[in-house]
Write a protein that binds this ligand. Structure first.
Ligand code: SF4
Length: 156
C-alpha cells in the first residue's frame, strides 16, 4: 500500500550528488522532465520551501516488480493526490514522480501532456535517501530483495 507521510517543505534535503547520479540513468537526456532539461537544483532549493505542505508518497516493491511498473504506480497515486488537493481548493501544487516520467513511450519536445508529466524527485536534486532517513526508513544499497519508490506533492 502506498504510504503518504507529511514533511515540512523547508526540511527536504538537497544534494548536487543526487542530481549528478542522474547521469548514470539510461534515460538521462531522453525525458523532457529529467536532467539536463529539468530546472537546476538551485531553482528547486528556492522554490520548494515556499510551499506550506509536502506529502511524501512511497511504497516498497519486491525486485520482481520492474522499475517501470513501480514508477507508474507511484505516478498514479501522485496524480490522485493532486486531483483531490484541487478538489479541496489548493491551486499551487507541484507534484514529483519516482523515477523518470513514464506517460509516453517516446518523450517529445515540447511535452504534449504537461499536466501529467512528472519530474523525478531525485532529478530535482532532492536527496531521497536522506529524506527517507528523516522518516526513519533506511534505503539499502545495493538493492537485493526489495526497493523503495518515492514521489512527493508540494502544495499550499
Ligand atoms: S508526458 Fe510524455 S512527453 Fe511529457 S515528459 Fe512525460 S514522457 Fe515526456
Amino acid at each position: 500500500m502506498i504510504e503518504r507521510w507529511m514533511v515540512a517543505p523547508a526540511t527536504v534535503p538537497f544534494s548536487l550528488k543526487a542530481r549528478a547520479a542522474c547521469r548514470s540513468c539510461r534515460r538521462y537526456g531522453k525525458k523532457m522532465t529529467c536532467p539536463p532539461y529539468a530546472e537546476p537544483v538551485e531553482y528547486y532549493q528556492k522554490l520548494l520551501p515556499q510551499y506550506r505542505f509536502c506529502a511524501v508518497l512511497f511504497d516498497v516493491f519486491p525486485v520482481s516488480v520492474c522499475g517501470e511498473e513501480s514508477s507508474l504506480k507511484i505516478a498514479e497515486k501522485v496524480q490522485e493526490v493532486v486531483s483531490s488537493l484541487r478538489e479541496e481548493g489548493y491551486y499551487f501544487i507541484l507534484p514529483f514522480g519516482a523515477g523518470s516520467c513514464k506517460v509516453c513511450k517516446n518523450c517529445e519536445n515540447p511535452c504534449p501532456f504537461p499536466e501529467k508529466a512528472l519530474t523525478p524527485l531525485e532529478g530535482a536534486g532532492v536527496d531521497v535517501v536522506e529524506l527517507m532517513a528523516g522518516l526513519g526508513i533506511t534505503l539499502q544499497f545495493p538493492v537485493r530483495d526489495f526497493y523503495y519508490r518515492v514521489g512527493a506533492v508540494f502544495y499550499g
